[in-house]
Design a binder for this molecule. Structure first.
Ligand SMILES: [Zn+2]
Length: 200
């Protein structure tokens, strides 16, 4: 009976998410979870983030992308614990050649929502909400976490032969620039120094 009860709850949450998000009027509405009416228990749902999501953030480093977020919510009387698993591909600019490439993403995180006297971000993982709030917008949290998952070094990968997939027209110049330029005078000095060392 408990299992059956849970699956019905999941259905209701999924339906609510679809109902709110399937509407063209407001794409972002699907990321708002109306938890007010949810009884204590576990709920599972999923989100599909696509290009339209990133268009809503002016400073997004991701232009296009498709990210699936699988979510498990532990609804307690005085607290909500969200567990998220992000997987997907996003398009970002390569630091080396400047051309766009697709970066795979994979990461898990959680968000703890507690009741308090005011709405306040306590830390990256903890959000305090006011007693009267009965829904939570996850879009900003998703946006920030996706950017957190981007690697520090953003470059095209390599093909199976180990060759860089960077734009060859651009990297041709980069490689030329990287050739160490040794001042011939220093080279002479170095030789002198080496010879001295050998003599000692
Ligand atoms: Zn590149």
């Amino acid at each position: 009976m408990i299992k059956k009860d849970l699956s019905i709850r999941i259905l209701i949450v999924n339906f609510a998410a679809q109902f709110l998000g399937g509407n063209i009027v407001d794409y972002m509405r699907q990321f708002v979870i109306p938890f007010g009416g949810l009884k204590a228990g576990n709920y599972n749902f999923a989100f599909e983030i696509d290009d339209e999501f990133f268009e809503n953030f002016e400073y997004s480093e991701v232009g296009e992308g498709r990210v699936q977020v699988v979510c498990r919510l532990e609804r307690q009387e005085r607290m909500l614990i969200f567990h998220f698993h992000f997987t997907g591909l996003v398009t970002i600019a390569c630091d080396r050649c400047g051309q766009d490439y697709k970066q795979p993403l994979d990461g898990e995180t959680r968000l703890i929502v507690k009741y308090g006297s005011e709405h306040q971000e306590v830390s990256e993982e903890v959000l305090m909400i006011h007693e009267k709030e009965n829904e939570i917008d996850l879009s900003q949290f998703f946006y920030e976490y996706i950017h957190l998952l981007l690697p520090m070094k953003r470059v095209h990968g390599e093909n199976t032969a180990g060759e860089s997939l960077c734009d060859p027209e651009i990297t041709r110049f980069i490689s030329e620039d990287k050739t160490p330029q040794v001042d011939p005078r220093w080279e002479k000095l170095k030789q002198l120094k080496d010879n001295t060392n050998q003599e000692n």
